[in-house]
Design a protein around this ligand. Structure first.
Ligand code: OGA
Ligand code: NI
Length: 376
């Protein structure tokens, strides 16, 4: 290609990048997210949300396979030890095979789950002028509303808005939480903290460790709670709700409503995670894959948009303490020593989690996970 020709082509690409950036800013400046577009009755999905890949295929494999369901009920009988062994075995199998499972009889009353979904919905459906005040790209300092935290980094924007806040070690002070969701957010977060302790105990046992090991490591010490709102989409086939990604967390506890759309990559095929009333979805994130030295896997998942909606989900990410003031020294995580042996040498170096999270949040969700930076 002649030099001048190449320059012209680059010039065209720059123009198109520039005009995309202007459109992204315009969208961001509305502070009303995708909900704002839907309220304005857009008939077509705007350019910035369109995925250029012609092969965009939302279909699942139609597989009859479903992610395993683990019943956490502990009978108060002498069978308790056997039941626990069964639960731990089920979790171990799920974590090796799927990186995902659902839990039932987890102790959080269904009324609280339903009200949490409603609380997220009420917030996203607030009067635009009230809602706007919470719109920010600062996801650390307090309660926030944002559309696409990777808006300026991803190849295409996703059909989704998100509210949330850090939930552990502490929620923001109650007066900073919007009325629409305050009470249930406080209650739900309390319940999820309790459940996350139990799940980390079971996961420790599933790894063959002391039950307290992952809790002592601080795997649930930091929590980020997100309330996603996926509005009905006029052209679901051209965009995505959440791009294919893995979570950076140790584990994620996800509550979804009955609409569906979450898919998990299993043996190279997308499998639908069928909504199940009263259940919670648990998936492993990159940090758990790292400390487990690849024994357990952090698996790709995505959300496909639908003509119906809104779909609502609430994700609680269990992470280490990472923010300034949370800890004196930067937390470092590597493969847990008890899991290593001559036959099973470490496949990761120790990772400074602030560096890990910095890599995680400086990229588009559609780019490779930070895990690979820490491979031996
Ligand atoms: C996430 C996520 C899935 C969902 O927030 O990381 O994968 O169903 N959410 O909203
Ligand atoms: Ni996720």
């Amino acid at each position: 290609m002649a030099f001048s020709e190449k320059r012209e082509n680059n010039g065209a690409a720059e123009d198109s990048n520039h005009s995309r950036l202007i459109k992204l800013r315009e969208f961001d400046d509305t502070k009303l997210g995708v909900k704002g577009l839907v309220d304005a009755a857009v008939a077509k999905v705007p350019e910035i949300f369109r995925i250029s890949n012609n092969n965009l295929d939302h279909s699942s494999s139609g597989s009859v396979l479903t992610i395993p369901v683990i019943d956490l009920k502990h009978p108060n009988t002498t069978a308790a030890a056997a039941v626990r062994r069964e639960i731990v075995g089920g979790i171990r199998g799920s974590c090796e095979e799927w990186g995902f499972f659902q839990v039932v009889n987890h102790g959080i009353p269904e009324g609280i789950l339903d009200e949490m979904i409603q609380g997220v919905r009420r917030f996203h459906e607030l009067d635009p002028e009230i809602k706007k005040r919470y719109y920010t790209r600062d996801l650390i300092s307090g309660f926030f509303l944002v559309s696409n935290f990777d808006l300026y980094r991803s190849a295409a924007a996703s059909w989704r808005d998100t509210m949330g806040c850090v939930a552990a070690p502490d929620l923001p002070p109650p007066e900073q939480l919007p009325d629409a969701t305050r009470d249930i957010l406080i209650e739900y977060s309390k319940q999820v903290k309790q459940l996350s302790k139990t799940i980390l105990e079971l996961l420790s046992e599933a790894l063959g460790l002391e039950p307290n090991r992952l809790n002592q490591l601080g795997c649930g010490a930091g929590q980020l709670l997100l309330g996603h709102y996926y509005p009905a989409c006029p052209e679901p086939e051209v965009t995505i709700g959440v791009t294919d990604h893995t979570d950076a967390s140790f584990i994620t506890i996800l509550l979804q409503d009955q609409i569906g759309g979450l898919q998990v990559l299993h043996r190279n095929k997308w499998v639908d995670v069928q909504p199940r009333k009263g259940a919670l979805v648990v998936n492993l994130g990159d940090l758990l894959q790292l400390v487990s030295n690849d024994k357990f896997i952090s698996v790709s998942h995505r959300v496909v948009p639908k003509r119906i909606g809104p779909r609502i989900s609430v994700a609680c990410f269990l992470r280490p303490l990472i923010h300034k003031g949370d800890t004196d020294s930067p937390p470092v995580y590597g493969p847990i020593p008890e899991l290593l042996s001559e036959e099973n040498p470490p496949v990761y170096v120790e990772a400074d989690v602030r560096e890990f999270m910095r890599i995680h949040s400086s990229r588009g969700l559609d780019e490779p996970s930070p895990l690979q930076h820490f491979r031996v």
